[in-house]
Design a protein around this ligand. Structure first.
Ligand code: NAD
Length: 445
């Protein structure tokens, strides 16, 4: 019998997973509570930016293999494997993860599942969640139904989501028996047959693998940014430092770029949720270093704001600031906890006139902070600017030429917040350019 799949929560992760499962040949039904999102998806329109995904969505909505609904009843009737991909944002009242959406989606499924089914958690959750949900399933499943649970964390990167789903670095499943394992192996058979490593483990390990990976990546970024604080004070070249240590295969060069820090819908909330969870477990010291990682990361934003102020002779009110990039990283329209957007808003709040251009993120940013001046090109953002800030390293900005930008600005001042421009070439034609990790000559430290 062919596998029938539902994907519950059709956001960045769920919409990608649903379309990729259809690409593997399954009949897939995507479920969400957001009717607007569902209507867009059902019309083959992706409501966010993700390279390669619109084509996949259109293909499988067109073929009828991929459908969308807000009906849990339909999902329970028409699928045997239910992937949970709802959000687990930071709680409004603390650092822990808000588990309401995961719990609600499982409860809604249990109301309607009447036969055998497997629920597969993919959302990033605090360790212990699967065990807690298993008890909930035992308690709430309909009489006569048989509902198993597995945890299958997701490691996709926005911007590479399709590739990461169809050709992941590894598949990790936390299972408590042979039957869920056999089903997951059937689902992922086309991916496994390409040689993808498989890690089979228990629920707790599977949950921890995901948060450990994110904690490690966040630590690596904050590690180099801590050294950036040192070179900003004493002098030195942070990129050369990163290159030099990165040659050591034990360290590696990736994620060692000093900049405005990490953001997005995952890393910041995941390291906070991990600290909150280990505190609940009585292990608050164990992950204490992550509080430092978070603080170093947040100080990057302060640094860029104060750098802009120094470049402008200490005066922000009334100054024209051009911001290039507001998403938390290129090739995404995601502005959740975006350092770039945060910096833009802080400059605005300090009295600057801020014009913003992002190739994909303007609409989402305007949804959160409508008072910034959003424009449609880098030329407009930089028009008559007293200082320009490159805050997200879109290819379009990496390719900027010093002569081109000089034509539109009022003053040749530039903060390269991602350290992607060739400083020497810009300085050659009189730009005052600096960025993270660099000691800024005029700055009063
Ligand atoms: P998102 O906010 O884009 O999507 C979550 C979706 O769940 C929304 O569409 C929302 O309407 C829906 N939802 C909420 N409650 C629901 C319910 N009761 N029933 C059905 N749908 C419901 O979030 P996301 O970025 O896709 O993240 C989802 C999970 O995946 C999180 O745990 C996140 O940490 C994890 N994750 C995300 C990424 C990523 O790159 N975005 C990567 C790996 C893991």
């Amino acid at each position: 019998m062919s596998l029938r799949i539902s994907v519950i929560g059709t956001g960045y992760l769920g919409a990608t997973h649903a379309a990729c499962m259809a690409e593997l040949g399954y009949d897939v039904i995507g479920v969400d509570v957001d009717k607007e999102k569902l209507a867009a998806l059902a019309a083959g329109i992706l409501p966010f930016h993700e390279p390669g995904l619109p084509e996949l969505l259109r293909k499988h909505v067109g073929s009828g293999r991929l459908r969308f609904t807000d009906s849990y009843e339909l999902a329970a009737n028409e699928a045997d494997i239910h992937f949970i991909t709802v959000g687990t944002p930071q709680r409004a009242d603390g650092h822990g993860a808000d588990m309401q959406y995961v719990d609600d989606s499982v409860d809604s499924l249990l109301e309607h599942i009447t036969g055998e089914a497997l629920i597969v958690g993919k959302s990033t959750v605090p360790v212990g969640t699967a065990r807690r949900l298993a008890a909930r399933i035992a308690d709430r499943a309909r009489p006569g139904s048989e509902v198993a649970l597995a945890w299958n964390p997701e490691f996709l990167r926005e911007g590479f989501a399709v590739k990461d789903t169809l050709s992941p670095d590894r598949l990790v499943y936390g299972v408590d028996g042979q039957q869920p394992l056999a089903l997951l192996r059937r689902v992922y058979a086309p991916i496994l047959s390409a040689g993808t490593p498989e890690v089979v483990t228990d629920w707790e390990t599977a949950e921890l693998v995901k948060v450990a990976a994110n904690a490690f990546l966040a630590t690596k970024i904050s590690f180099i940014n801590a050294f950036a604080e040192v070179t900003e004070t004493v002098g030195g070249d942070i990129k050369t430092l990163a290159d030099a240590i990165g040659h050591d295969a034990r360290i590696g060069r990736k994620f060692l770029n000093a900049g405005v820090g990490f953001g997005g819908g995952c890393l910041p909330k995941d390291i906070r949720a991990l600290q909150a969870r280990v505190s609940e477990l009585g292990l608050s010291h164990t992950m204490g270093f992550l509080a430092e990682v978070d603080q170093i990361n947040l100080r990057r934003r302060d640094r860029v704001v104060s750098l802009a102020q120094s470049m402008l002779g200490g005066q922000l009110p009334g100054k024209r600031v051009g911001v290039l990039g507001v998403t938390f990283k290129p090739d995404s329209d995601d502005v959740r906890d975006s350092p770039a957007l945060d910096v833009a808003v802080r400059l605005f709040n300090a009295g600057a006139e801020v014009s913003v251009y992002d190739p994909q993120g303007n609409a989402n940013a305007a949804g959160r902070f409508p008072r910034l001046n959003y424009v449609e090109s880098w030329q407009e953002a930089a028009q008559d600017a007293d200082v320009v800030l490159l805050l997200t390293e879109w290819q379009e900005f990496r390719q900027l030429q010093p002569e081109e930008l000089a034509e539109v600005v009022a003053e040749r001042r530039l903060i390269d917040g991602r350290n992607v421009l060739d400083r020497a070439a810009w300085r050659e034609i009189g730009w005052d350019i600096t960025g993270p990790g660099e000691k800024y000559p005029q700055e009063e430290l």
